[in-house]
Design a protein around this ligand. Structure first.
Ligand code: NAP
Length: 497
C-alpha cells in the first residue's frame, strides 16, 4: 500500500476516500509524495456512497460540484443525480490512478503523534481496526461532515414492527410501490424523498417539524449539443465553472453574511410566489416558514410543490401533528391520532460535530482530541489544531458551508496544507502547529462574526453548535480564499526558524 516515494519526501496518511480524500490522493500523487488512503467502507465516494435514497441529487450545480482539474462535460443535468456523482468520483479516482491505493474495509481507530522529545520520530502512528499500523509525517483527515446518521430521540423508536431505516442507510430490499410510508424530516433529504415517493406510495405521510424555504428550480438536462461544446471547448467548460463558482461560493456564500441581503429577499420572494400557487390554504399555511430564508440551509427542489399537493401526500405538522411516540404499527401524534405505515423512514439528518471521531487521536504531550473537543469541535482557520502537529482537516470544523460546492473548499484547503508542508520540507518550519493564542483569537473573531449571520436569525438548524452559534466560516468566501492562499506564518509555532 502507498506510493513509491522520492528519497526524504514526506509521507501522508489520508483518512477517508470521499470527495476530499480522493482529491488529496490525486494531488499528493502528482507531487510525488507517498501516501496511504484509509477507507472504512468497501467502496469510495463518502456521502455519495452512503446516500442512495430515491430522489437523491445534488442541489449544487454539477459543473461546480466537480474538481477544478477534472471538469466533466458529460453531466446530464444542471444538478445531477447522486448515482452519477458517485460514478464521477469513481471514474476520476481510476483515471488518476489512485483507486487501487486505497486500503478499504479497515477503519482507522487510532492516530498517535510520536514526538522526538519523548523518544519518537516526529511522525504519526496510524492504526486500523484490523491492527495494521503505519507511520506518516503528516495526516490529512478527510472524514466529512454529513457522515454519522442521526436518529431522533422519539419514544418507542425501536418498537416499529415494519422496516424502519435512516435515509443514509436505505434498505433497497423494502418494497415502496403502493405502500403506506411515513417520512420524518423535511430537510434537503426529506424534500427529495417526498418528490420521489409521492407518485409511488399509496400514502406518504410527511412529518414536518419546521417548515422549510424550498427554492423551486427546473431540472434542466444538458442537450447533446451542449455536452459536445463542453467536450470540444475546454475554455467554455472552465468559464462555466468559474461563473458558477462566483455566483454560488462568492455570491450566495457572502449574501448569508448580510441578514438584509437583496439576494435573500429575492429568494424569499421566489418561494412565496410558488407558495401562492397552492390553492389549498391550509396546506399553504402548513408549509410556509416563519423565519428568514437562508437561516436554515435552503432546500432546492424541482418537485416539492407538486408533490405536497398530490392526493397520496399528507403533511403532518403543527402542535396537533407533533410526534408523541412511535408504536409497532406507526406514529402517534399529539392529537391522539395513530398514523399507520408499512415502512418508516427517518430523514432526520446527521451528527455534524463528530468529524473524525470516534477514532482516538493523540497529539503532542498526550493531547487527546476528545478532551480538546469536549465542548465542541473547532480548528484554527478551519484546518489545523494547536497541540496536533502536522495534522490537517479538509472540510473540518469551521469550514465554509452553505448552498455551494464543498469541493472548492477542499481544494483551497489542500493548497494551504501543501504550502505549509513545503515549508517543513525546506526546513523553514520544524512542524506545522498553530499556537494556542492564534487559535483562540481566530475562534473569538469567528464566533463574533457568526452571530451576525442569517444563520443566527432565529431558527434551529444543523449549522448551529450546542450554544446556538453558527459553527461555519462566517466571513466572505473571498476571505477564505485569501487566508488559504497566504498562511499567517506568525500564527505557527517556530515560524521563522
Ligand atoms: P437536516 O437538514 O438536518 O434535516 C433534518 C430534518 O429532520 C429536519 O426537517 C428536522 O426538523 C427533522 N427532525 C430531526 N429530528 C426530528 C425529530 N425528533 N422529530 C421530528 N423531526 C425531526 O438533514 P438532511 O435533510 O439529511 O440534510 C442535511 C444536509 O445534507 C443538507 O442541509 C445538505 O447540506 C446535505 N444534503 C444535500 C443534498 C444535496 O442535494 N446536495 C441532499 C440531501 C442532503 P427541524 O427542521 O425542525 O429541525
Amino acid at each position: 500500500m502507498g506510493q513509491t516515494t522520492e528519497r526524504n519526501a514526506p509521507t501522508f496518511g489520508i483518512i477517508g476516500a470521499g470527495m476530499s480524500g480522493i482529491l488529496a490522493a490525486i494531488k499528493l500523487q502528482e507531487a510525488g509524495y507517498g501516501f496511504t488512503v484509509f477507507e472504512k467502507a468497501d467502496r469510495l465516494g463518502g456521502t455519495w456512497r452512503d446516500n442512495t435514497y430515491p430522489g437523491l441529487a445534488c442541489d449544487v450545480p454539477s459543473h461546480i460540484y466537480s474538481y477544478s482539474f477534472a471538469l466533466n462535460p458529460e453531466w446530464s443535468r444542471f444538478a445531477s443525480p447522486g448515482s452519477e456523482i458517485l460514478e464521477y468520483f469513481e471514474r476520476v479516482a481510476k483515471e488518476y490512478g489512485v483507486d487501487d491505493q486505497i486500503r478499504f474495509s479497515d477503519p482507522v481507530v487510532r492516530c498517535t503523534w510520536r514526538d522526538s522529545k519523548d523518544g519518537g520520530d516526529n511522525r504519526w502512528e496510524v492504526e486500523t481496526g484490523s491492527g495494521h499500523v503505519e507511520t506518516f509525517d503528516f495526516v490529512i483527515a478527510a472524514t466529512g461532515i454529513l457522515h454519522h446518521p442521526k436518529l431522533p430521540e422519539i419514544e418507542g423508536l425501536e418498537s416499529f414492527a415494519g422496516p424502519m431505516f435512516h435515509s443514509a442507510r436505505w434498505d433497497h430490499d423494502v418494497a415502496l410501490d403502493g405502500k403506506r410510508i411515513g417520512l420524518v424530516g423535511t430537510g434537503s433529504t426529506g424534500v427529495q424523498i417526498t418528490g420521489a415517493l409521492a407518485p409511488r406510495a399509496e400514502k406518504l405521510s410527511v412529518f414536518q417539524r419546521t417548515a422549510q424555504w424550498v427554492v423551486p428550480v427546473d431540472q434542466v438536462a444538458y442537450s447533446e449539443e451542449e455536452k459536445e461544446t463542453f467536450r470540444t471547448d475546454s475554455d467554455a467548460l472552465d468559464k462555466l465553472h468559474d461563473e458558477l463558482t462566483m455566483a454560488f461560493n462568492d455570491g450566495f456564500g457572502t449574501s448569508i453574511l448580510d441578514v438584509d441581503s437583496d439576494m435573500i429577499d429575492g429568494i424569499e420572494a421566489r418561494c412565496r410566489e410558488e407558495l401562492a400557487t397552492i390553492d389549498d390554504e391550509e396546506l399553504r399555511a402548513k408549509i410556509t416558514p416563519t423565519y428568514r430564508a437562508g437561516c436554515k440551509r435552503l432546500v432546492i427542489s424541482h418537485n416539492w410543490y407538486e408533490a405536497v399537493q398530490a392526493d397520496s401526500v399528507e403533511i403532518v405538522t403543527g402542535a396537533d401533528g407533533e410526534i408523541e411516540r412511535i408504536e409497532p404499527t406507526g406514529v402517534r401524534t399529539a392529537d391522539g391520532r395513530l398514523h399507520e405505515f408499512d415502512v418508516l423512514v427517518m430523514a432526520t439528518g446527521f451528527k455534524v460535530d463528530s468529524f473524525m471521531r470516534p477514532m482516538s487521536i493523540t497529539g503532542a504531550d498526550g493531547a487527546d482530541l476528545d478532551e480538546v473537543w469536549a465542548e465542541r469541535p473547532s480548528a484554527y482557520m478551519a484546518i489545523t489544531l494547536p497541540g496536533f502537529p502536522n495534522f490537517f482537516m479538509l472540510n473540518g470544523p469551521n469550514s465554509p458551508v452553505g448552498n455551494f460546492s464543498l469541493i472548492q473548499t477542499a481544494e483551497l484547503q489542500f493548497e494551504y496544507a501543501m504550502d505549509m508542508v513545503e515549508r517543513v520540507v525546506s526546513g523553514q518550519l520544524e512542524r506545522i502547529q498553530p499556537n494556542e493564542e492564534a487559535a483562540q483569537r481566530f475562534e473569538d473573531e469567528r464566533v463574533e462574526a457568526a452571530q451576525n449571520t442569517v444563520w443566527a436569525t432565529g431558527c434551529n438548524s444543523w449549522y448551529l453548535d450546542d450554544r446556538g452559534i453558527p459553527f461555519a466560516w462566517p466571513f466572505p468566501f473571498e476571505r477564505f480564499r485569501r487566508e488559504m492562499a497566504e498562511p499567517r506564518l506568525g500564527d505557527y509555532e517556530g515560524a521563522g526558524v
